[in-house]
Ligand binder design. Structure first.
Ligand SMILES: Nc1ncnc2c1ncn2[C@@H]1O[C@H](COP(=O)(O)OP(=O)(O)OP(=O)(O)O)[C@@H](O)[C@H]1O
Ligand SMILES: [Mg+2]
Length: 608
């Protein structure tokens, strides 16, 4: 850093082989002389009209007697961060370099130096000097003998020019830094966009795969249940079928997690007591953490409840515990806490995702390595991991983020490198005083039902299965593989049909909702059940869909199918669909059909 600002001392180097000249210069720049009235008058006329006396520069004069010595001094001054602003250089300096040569050499090292070449005779013509040094605005030629005032004026003007040049350079540097910083920001924003596009693409893929899996799983679950219900299986076969049923349940759980990651899952919220849930997990967590990590549970009293999907909350805690374990290879402490919080306006200002309501804060603290500030903003990105290949996929926190968002909550992180990390999850509280939504009561599912069901489903195995199950209960089942075919069946048998059971997303241009609206217009008493592997979130909070009453999430089993059909038939007819607008529902349904991400407005977008 050179001392250009706020320092009135202006350094000048005189390079001349004649001792007497140096003394002359010192006399000229003696402070008393510089402030002579004549000079002040000249300065105020020529430069600034209000040249304040306190701004008067102080000159520091150094001497060199040969060109080589001058060059060495200029270089040293630059290294020390106190460069010379100008030099008076004599032309003739035997035995060494002459003034023109000296100036050329100095400019090679320090081109900002303003130079006055002092000459008594015309040793060089101006053209010759320009030939040697090139055109330069840093060069002035002064004929000897010189006038004191002239020298002072030159010194004032050229050192001032040098200072302005440095200021301009600083400004340029600032500008370049600002441009570089902005470019970095843009690059980071681009990378973030790229990441979120990647996450959307993965979400689409995961959602699509999980959706198809749900159809297959429904077939597997239903058939195993039918086999389990059937009589006459040998004990060996019965054990096999039970294994299939258990595996199918686990596969259904995995599919649910995949959909949660894609934020399209069918959330299965119920009133969950956090105390009880955490206590149930202790054994498993201790096994996961190993002996070197002490697990501490500090649950708020009285115990807190949330409205949540139990399996997802377990997964969230497990993900944090696994990360904590990995952050404490030498052992440490993992503390799980619960606390009731009322989120205030200030908190909302601090965190854009927060809302002023009653929340439960579930926090997991470890005493591990902590998270470096530069990677902290990236930890929720899918596939971001600092772990070795094969040790981490980088999906733990991304999935956690998706699941917390599905619950309309948010996450906060505090971390200090070398000390540990705390993840806090805020979830809407469900106080015991709150009215629980009434669970649909168990229906009478006898085998002597008589109603007629129109079952519209494009997956043939599912259609056949549904018919099989419903016929076992005594229903008459009419089938259609798409909306168009359903309308034809309707034309012939409308008067006999009591209930429409329809997939929501179907090929052929007519989705479940459109079909239902058409048939309802014809027969207002028609009961309707929608079925889908997608979330009810697809249709927004106020869609009017109720699991177990007019919505049957996939995968389902024979009992849930029969129970939902019975319950729906025994209830008052619900509106065809109470989506915000038919158009939006259509847009959402077609987005789902195309495997597009969740189109409803109340689910937040991906991380960052
Ligand atoms: N408690 C923690 N302490 C230190 N670093 C953490 C902690 N939790 C997360 N991280 C950092 O965040 C990164 C992402 O975590 P995330 O759980 O998403 O993926 P992962 O643990 O690397 O892999 P996966 O969970 O898929 O096995 C981790 O690789 C780690 O660098
Ligand atoms: Mg992890």
């Amino acid at each position: 850093m050179t001392e250009t600002k706020n320092n009135p001392t202006r350094r000048i180097l005189v390079i001349d082989d004649n001792q007497a000249i140096h003394q002359d210069f010192r006399k000229i720049f003696k402070p008393g002389l510089v402030s002579s009235a004549k000079l002040r008058l000249l300065e105020s006329t020529l430069f600034r009209p209000s040249f304040a006396p306190q701004e008067r520069p102080v000159f520091e004069i150094d001497s060199a007697f040969q060109g080589q010595e001058g060059l060495a001094m200029v270089c040293r001054a630059v290294e020390e961060g106190r460069p010379y602003m100008m030099a008076f250089v004599d032309v003739r300096m035997p035995p060494g370099w002459d003034g023109v040569e000296t100036t050329g050499k100095i400019w090679e090292h320090y081109p900002d130096l303003q130079v006055v070449i002092c000459t008594a005779y015309s040793d060089y013509s101006l053209e010759e000097m320009i030939d040697k040094l090139g055109h330069s605005d840093r060069l002035v030629i002064l004929k000897k003998p010189f006038d004191n005032i002239e020298v002072q004026q030159l010194a004032n003007a050229l050192t001032e020019k040098w200072q302005l040049l440095q200021q301009a350079k600083c400004k340029m540097d600032d500008l370049e830094n600002a441009v570089a910083a902005r470019s970095e920001e843009l690059k980071a924003a681009n990378e973030k966009l790229h990441e979120s596009e990647k996450m959307e693409a993965i979400g689409q893929l995961a959602g699509g795969v999980a959706h198809d899996f749900n159809n297959l799983l429904t077939v597997i679950c239903c058939h195993t249940q039918l086999m389990l219900d059937a009589e006459g299986l040998t004990p060996k076969l019965l054990a096999s079928v039970r294994q299939i049923a258990t595996a199918a349940d686990r596969a259904a759980e995995l599919t649910r997690q995949l959909l949660a990651y894609a934020r399209r899952g069918v959330l299965q919220p119920r009133e969950v007591n956090l105390d009880e849930l955490i206590n149930r997990l202790i054994k498993m967590l201790e096994g996961v953490l190993g002996e070197k990590i002490a697990l501490q549970i500090q649950c708020a009293q009285p115990s807190l409840s949330i409205k949540a999907d139990e399996a997802m909350v377990e997964q969230i805690i497990l993900n944090f515990a696994l990360n904590g374990r990995d952050a404490m290879p030498q052992g440490g402490q993992l503390i799980i806490r619960t606390a009731a919080v009322v989120v205030k306006t200030d908190d909302v200002r601090r965190n854009a995702e927060a809302r002023t309501e009653r929340f439960v804060c579930l926090s997991v603290t470890d005493t591990g390595c902590g998270i470096a500030p530069e990677i902290l903003p990236r930890i929720f990105e899918p596939f971001f991991t600092t772990k070795d290949v094969g040790k981490g996929t980088g999906l733990g926190l991304a999935t956690t983020y998706g699941m917390v968002q599905l619950h309309h909550g948010w996450i906060e992180v505090e971390s200090t490198v070398g000390q540990g990390t705390t993840f806090k999850v805020f979830l809407p509280a469900s106080y015991s005083g709150d009215k629980k939504p009434s669970e649909p009561s168990s229906p009478r599912t006898t085998k002597h039902c008589h109603e007629t069901v129109l079952f519209v489903e494009d997956e043939p195995t599912l259609r056949e299965l549904g018919r099989l199950v419903l016929e076992q209960y005594g229903y008459r089942v009419l089938e259609a593989e798409a909306g168009g075919q359903a309308l034809e069946v309707w034309k012939e048998k409308a008067s006999k049909i009591d209930l429409l059971l329809t997939d929501m997303v179907m090929p052929g241009g007519l989705n479940g909702q459109e079909l239902a609206t058409k048939l309802r217009a014809d027969k207002p008493s028609l009961k309707i059940i929608y079925t889908s592997g997608h979330s009810t979130h697809l249709l927004g909070k106020d869609s009017g869909l109720q699991v177990g009453l007019n919505f049957l999430p996939k995968p389902y089993n024979p009992q849930s199918l029969a129970a939902t059909v019975r319950r729906c038939l025994d209830s008052q007819p619900l509106p065809a669909l109470n989506a915000p607008s038919e158009q939006q529902a259509l847009r959402v349904a077609s987005a789902a059909a195309n495997g597009e991400p969740d189109a409803s407005a109340h689910i937040h977008s991906g991380p960052g």
